[in-house]
Design a binder for this molecule. Sequence first.
Ligand SMILES: Cc1cc2nc3c(=O)[nH]c(=O)nc-3n(C[C@H](O)[C@H](O)[C@H](O)COP(=O)(O)OP(=O)(O)OC[C@H]3O[C@@H](n4cnc5c(N)ncnc54)[C@H](O)[C@@H]3O)c2cc1C
Length: 529
Amino acid sequence: MNYDTIIVGGGIAGLTAGAYLARAGKEVLLLEKNSICGGLVNTIEHNGFSFDAGLKALEDAGIIKTMLHDLGIELPFYPNPVSIGIEDTIIALTERESIETYKNLLIKYYPESVNEINRLIPIVEKFSKYVDTLYAVENPEFKDLKNDRDFIFTKLLPWLPKFLYTLNSINKLMMPVESYLQKFITNRSLLDMIAQHFFRDMPAFFALGYFSLYLNYFYPAGGTGMLAKVLEDTMRSHGGEIQYNTKITRVYPGIKKIYDETNAEYGYNTLIWASDLKTFYAHLLDNNLDKQTLRALRKKQQEILLSRGGDSVFELFLEVDEPPETFKAITTGHLLYAPSRKGLGDVHKGELETILAQGNSITKEIVMDWLERFLALNTYEISIPVLKDPKMAPSGKTGIVVNFFIAYDIFNVVQQAGWYDEFRERIERGVIEVLSKSIFPMLKEKCKHYFSYTPLSIKNWAGTSEGAITGWSFSNAKPAVSNMLQVNKSVQTPFCDIFQAGQWTYSPSGVPMAILTGKIASRMILNHN
Ligand SMILES: Cc1cc2nc3c(=O)[nH]c(=O)nc-3n(C[C@H](O)[C@H](O)[C@H](O)COP(=O)(O)OP(=O)(O)OC[C@H]3O[C@@H](n4cnc5c(N)ncnc54)[C@H](O)[C@@H]3O)c2cc1C
């Protein structure tokens, strides 16, 4: 089989590229290792409940709605109001002024730090404005710049100077959010409460500008997985082919062929690798390459293979025999909740590192003791789909997804030690216990069934190194482009006929960047031919 373009990976990046290439009339084949597409954007059905198994809501970033419009896709959305809670106080973020309510929430729990909080709030406002500016216009990648003069003259050109000014400002704010906050917050618990639901070492501007993103979250009818579904349908409707249950295990750039697990061969003119880059560079075979390409490949391979995936999560899916109204009286459908004002302190860092350093001599007792404190002091992202779209649960019942960051390495160690299932069950029961004692007192009694995904299951599902959910770790040098002005470069590889797309190609990443890089890769291929 020989195709104009083959795409490896049916996540949101691969599907975007596939939809655009098929629309342009290319003979395109997408190969996906799972029986369904979507990757980390997926809504699953279980016992009549619909759960978002990956991200819980969408942020537009000038990309998602523009792309849907450009592709002629209609996808109905619901609002996705976000709440923040500490112990028994939950506040909803409904408008800009909610920042004042957030400030009062922090002052309520940390009255001794009122001056520090008063310093923080204007910074959050400033960073949120930066984020507003960055995403103020539709991303030009999805616009017809040759013909849409109205967009160019009334939107793009007036916005450009503000965009460049903002880029310049945020480039000075790339330091990890915790280090940034430490410059003026001395109260460790307060600092944890502000930062512990963000990725480790996330750039300060990105984390503290999230307030703006929370206000703009939206939710596709039928769940976040619908975004993948409509792209998949669009690709097919334009004649693109999708082949499931096909895992690519070997890539021969020198002869323009790839092979799957069963040894089936696929020939391409151009290839887009839209999944994990460590896998790609580990699977490359260098037969028939010229010396220059080989040198560039070795350099890239070393950079990529020595880097680490970023944060991973544990996801708990709860099927609760309690009507949505009970939960609606407590929170909106998307909540960031800390059951204790104390914060994690050193529990998820130094303490965990000490435990992991014990390697094979690690004991169950030590890990379980650590786990109890970790669960009691953590922040949880809680999503209740039925509060956003009433069709997401059986009548009179409520499905809840609880997720939180947890180190991939601890699951690896525990699996090797032979008590992975026990550890996983302890986490499931521990989270239900913590939430029953705090925000959802009825949970323990009314939760009739539950199941979970660990960083290891997420790794197996999406083939993502270290179970990472948004690409490279922020803690080390990243082998990816991090500058919006160089975003075109993010899709390039050492080979002129192979492009890369998705969360591993740009940092910081997520769904909007996966879509953008998928689109750019498709444009480069269309220009290439
Ligand atoms: C719990 C959770 C919360 C999140 N929250 C947010 C959020 O709030 N905002 C945000 O922007 N992002 C969020 N994300 C991240 C976002 O979902 C991802 O960054 C994005 O979906 C990545 O898309 P992708 O196409 O690059 O990769 P993936 O979704 O990883 O897709 C890769 C695809 O390739 C397939 N594949 C892998 N290896 C092979 C192979 N060898 N052969 C064939 N196929 C292969 C996989 O099965 C998968 O379908 C979240 C993710 C999770 C899990």
